[in-house]
Ligand binder design. Structure first.
Ligand code: OGA
Ligand code: MN
Length: 297
């Protein structure tokens, strides 16, 4: 079956048909998917049937895989494969986590606009989320995941703002993003394990050569500026970049696989009925160098 790619939105998001992700893609399919990622930033593949091992094998064709912060914590995990992130509201026994559960509160940080792992010195490239169980719609929302296009947002900045942003370096810190929602209960030793990292504010996206804003809830302040000034500029840039015209909202169906490029998008999870299970599995590919070594011009 041939692969087809159909845009879902004016800027980002495309539906891909003709790919069965339960087997690692051959070279031609891999190249087609990379071309589609470079153009559309977010790909949606419906009706997939994937074990965690199959998701890992599919994702590993795109790069080395990250082992996330939660999988590195001691104690029993619900999922066996450390490269598969547990993006669910379930505990090791598949029971819905209590409202005050520490891990649940930590994960609520995903509801803020962010790009994954920007607090790491070498951040990540692709995120791949596979939907195993999806909650029903509710007054709060249906647990959608939203994606915002940081290349379109950069293009829409005024020229003098582009010039101002271009040389800036931003400090990203997981403790800052979690602190914004009042979550401070990190296990002992985490502060030392995840010190802040510096990232360029403007990057050139390698696959498209387009410039992009590298923003995230983890972005704390601008290096060399008074903290308040930096925070206020980041606040304005976030408001600009997440205007509705730049956002694709993905309404999950079970069997959906969504692939996004963390280098040129932000994303956030939306609220949902907390009493219903929501079970997504995530694989993430690592980048190869610091953004500070990239030339933005
Ligand atoms: C993630 C994430 C949002 C969601 O998995 O990286 O931010 O909707 N998820 O669960
Ligand atoms: Mn995320």
């Amino acid at each position: 079956m041939s692969v087809s790619v159909a845009p879902l939105h004016a800027y980002l998001g495309a539906k891909v048909s003709g790919v069965d992700a339960s087997a690692p893609p051959d070279d031609a399919t891999l190249a087609t998917l990379w071309r589609a990622i470079n153009k559309h930033s977010v790909l949606v593949l419906h009706n997939q049937s994937l074990t965690d091992a199959q998701l890992k094998a599919f994702a590993a064709r795109f790069g080395d895989l990250e082992i996330g912060r939660a999988a590195l914590q001691p104690g029993k995990r619900r999922l066996d494969i450390p490269e598969i992130g547990d993006i669910s509201n379930l505990d090791v026994d598949n029971r819905i986590r209590a409202r005050e559960d520490r891990r649940r509160l930590d994960m609520l940080g995903n509801r803020l606009w962010h790009t994954d792992a920007s607090y790491m010195p070498v951040p990540v490239v692709l995120g791949m989320l596979f939907a195993v169980r999806v909650p029903p719609g509710s007054a709060l929302g249906g647990g959608e995941t939203e994606f915002a296009d940081m290349r379109a947002a950069y293009d829409a900045l005024a020229d003098d703002m582009k010039t101002l942003c271009e040389p800036l370096v931003v400090e990203h810190d997981i403790f800052w993003s979690r602190g914004q929602i009042g979550f401070t209960e990190f296990p002992p030793g985490e502060r030392e394990k995840y010190p802040p990292s510096q990232q360029r504010l403007v990057r050139r996206h390698p696959g498209s050569k387009r410039k992009t804003l590298y923003l995230s809830a983890h972005a704390s302040h601008i290096v060399g500026w008074p903290v308040a000034d930096g925070r206020l500029l980041l606040h304005d840039l976030n408001a600009h970049a997440t205007q509705r015209q730049f956002v694709y909202s993905h309404k999950w169906a079970e069997g959906d696989l969504v692939i996004w490029d963390n280098r040129c998008t932000m994303h956030r999870g939306r609220p949902h009925e907390e009493g219903a299970p929501r079970d997504l599995r995530r694989a993430t590919t690592l980048d190869v160098g610091s953004t500070l070594e990239e030339a933005a011009d």
